[in-house]
Write a protein that binds this ligand. Structure first.
Ligand SMILES: Cc1cc2nc3c(=O)[nH]c(=O)nc-3n(C[C@H](O)[C@H](O)[C@H](O)COP(=O)(O)OP(=O)(O)OC[C@H]3O[C@@H](n4cnc5c(N)ncnc54)[C@H](O)[C@@H]3O)c2cc1C
Length: 421
């Protein structure tokens, strides 16, 4: 029996998250033994070569989806300023990055990690499956002192050519599938469930009368003052903006401008079907659930041409040829795309079983937080919610609570699932 290999660090997954992790670890610990296990056959995760499909491009304009020490320059990658980065280019860029920083030779491709067992000394015993040359699979065991999961949250499905396509889901991936079908001249029924939270926001890359680049807004320091933050009472400007009448009016005014601009620029109100894509509630509450119109052909023009029909209803059942909706509609379908999100669970089985119990995963939170009522947690963590429902403010801020319970010393922040202590 061959000896079990041992590593200082194991990274699972070599997408956009695993790649800089591996590179930085190698830079800081050049002598360390690093192993990266990747189920795909190429680098990039979502942007791996085998997962690219025609028309895939990033939501991001060139300059926004790159590492600061490795610019996606025009001479090498050919993306003109103001253009969205095509999926093929992003794959090429990530592969070049891996080569440039010596990550490639650390990666074992086609290796799917099945389980990870936490041992008494804090190391991980990991079992992965590798396809052998005859098409069979080999199981390999390795041991790592530390492990990083960079396994992403999405999976790669692709769509067959088809006449009657039904896409279910209200987010950007659903919009992409709808676009992909309709832009080829094929009809698509887009179903967004009525019982859910409606469509996610779609925005043009530039918003507001100042033509601000939408995706850059969260990276502007001043913008953070206008954003929800549990720490608002500890800074005078935040306090002014979120805990006084005038400040709240300013914040509301700012987000109303962005909100109305997104509606006007998007021309949501120009067609009865595109009206259905207006998300309920202000863009302020959308969090990260915003997609960018990055399509060469205007998505809404395809709605106006009748290539896309939008249904706000729940899918109640499927038959081999129809999708049945809660409003009584029966949609003819030979392909159904479920762009309905992902399973919020790791792809690896963690051992022993007690590791994944809910109680263990909550260990990084301070005990006082767990015992507080839900209302109290909301009040302490999201004072911004006073914008929606103003309540009397508190001054001086509860500094002791924020410093001691919200910012515990670093080791406590590590769940044992990710960093055995
Ligand atoms: C179609 C699509 C378009 C997107 N467009 C954008 C965009 O324009 N802009 C943007 O910012 N984000 C976009 N996203 C979100 C995208 O997921 C992130 O940008 C980013 O690529 C995620 O990187 P990641 O490294 O976290 O995960 P992933 O890219 O998913 O990488 C995870 C890797 O882990 C591997 N893995 C998982 N489990 C195992 C296992 N058990 N064993 C071994 N390997 C494993 C997978 O094979 C994969 O290679 C898009 C996502 C999709 C699906």
């Amino acid at each position: 029996m061959s000896e079990i290999e041992e590593f200082d660090l194991l990274i699972v997954g070599i997408g956009i998250a695993g790649l800089p992790m591996a590179k930085t670890y190698l830079q800081v610990n050049p002598a360390a033994k690093l192993l990266v296990l990747e189920a795909n056959q190429s680098i990039g995760g979502t942007w791996a070569k085998e997962r690219l499909y025609e028309g895939l491009q990033s939501n991001n304009l060139v300059g926004m989806l790159e590492f600061s020490d490795f610019p996606m320059d025009f001479e090498t990658f050919g993306v003109a300023p103001g253009s969205h980065v095509p999926g093929t280019v992003l794959h090429r860029y990530l592969a070049a990055y891996a080569q440039r920083f010596g990550v490639y030779e650390k990666v074992r491709f086609g290796c799917y990690v099945k389980s990870a067992e936490l041992k008494g000394d804090g190391s991980w015993e990991v079992v992965y499956e590798k396809k052998d040359e005859d098409g069979g699979t080999d199981e390999v065991k390795v041991v790592a002192k530390k492990m990083v999961l960079a396994t992403g949250t999405t999976s790669g499905e692709d769509m067959e050519k088809s006449e009657n396509v039904v896409v279910a889901g209200g987010s950007k991936s659903a919009a992409d599938a709808v676009y992909m079908t309709a832009s080829k001249g094929r009809h698509v029924d887009w179903v967004i469930r009525k019982s859910g939270r409606g469509a996610a926001w779609l925005s043009w890359p530039y918003v507001s009368p100042f033509k601000l680049q939408f995706e850059k807004l969260p990276t502007i320091r001043a913008m953070t003052l206008l954003s929800p933050c549990f720490d608002s009472p500890s800074s005078p400007i935040r306090y002014l903006l979120h805990n006084t009448r005038l400040g709240r009016a300013l914040v509301r005014g700012f987000f109303s401008i962005i909100h109305n601009d997104m509606l006007t620029l998007g021309k949501f109100n120009d067609h009865p079907d595109t009206k259905k894509l207006i998300p309920p509630g202000n863009v302020f509450w959308s969090g990260t659930s915003v997609g960018i119109f990055n399509y060469p052909i205007d998505l809404f023009s395809l709605v106006q041409k009748g290539l896309i029909n939008i249904h706000l209803a729940d899918v109640t059942s499927l038959t081999p040829e129809t999708v049945n909706l809660s409003d009584g509609t029966h949609l003819k379908a030979d392909t159904v795309v479920l762009a309905t999100g992902w399973k919020l669970a790791p792809s690896i089985k963690f051992l022993p079983d007690s590791l994944t119990s809910e109680e263990k995963n909550w260990n990084f939170l301070p005990p006082t937080f767990k015992s507080q009522s839900r209302r109290r947690r909301q009040r302490d963590f999201f004072p911004i919610s006073r914008i929606a429902r103003p309540t009397p403010s508190t001054w001086p801020p509860r500094r002791s609570l924020q410093r001691t319970t919200l910012l515990p010393p670093l080791p406590q922040l590590h769940s044992p699932l990710f960093h055995p202590q």
